[in-house]
Write a protein that binds this ligand. Structure first.
Ligand code: NI
Length: 127
């Protein structure tokens, strides 16, 4: 198996080690592999969506990105039925977008948020 090096911040390493113990993985490589597999499955699941859909996009981000989020959001106004923006702690916000529309538009919106490094968490829930 090829070996690659990755850089992670202290926080993520601590969380990863905790999760590794909790789930009983034998080492960091094993848990990173499992995480990548999950991400690939998730990506595949989103890729296969088709037709007109109801869905919810959850985004957690640094408060400093509020302006950027609001600019990104306007590209998808036609599929956003409801938007809730909530401050969840000292410097983070939770956004909930209730979406209805073409699966391609929903996928594009999810990808755009997932691909932005300033997002802490992005999750697409499809009904
Ligand atoms: Ni905010």
């Amino acid at each position: 198996m090829p070996i690659i090096s990755i850089s992670l911040n202290e926080n993520i390493i601590q969380e990863l080690d905790k999760l590794q113990k909790f789930l009983g993985f034998s080492g960091r490589s094993e848990i990173v592999r499992a995480s990548v597999r999950n991400l690939l499955l998730e990506e595949k699941r989103i890729e296969e969506l088709d037709g007109i859909l109801h869905s919810v996009l959850l985004v957690i981000h640094d408060e400093k990105s509020d302006q950027e989020i609001s600019e990104m959001r306007h590209d998808y106004d036609k599929i956003i039925n409801t938007h809730i923006h909530n401050k969840i702690d000292k410097d983070r916000c939770l956004e909930i977008f209730v979406l209805y529309g073409e699966s391609n538009d929903i996928k594009n919106m999810a990808k755009k948020f997932q691909g932005n490094r300033k997002m802490d968490q992005v999750r697409l829930i499809v009904t």
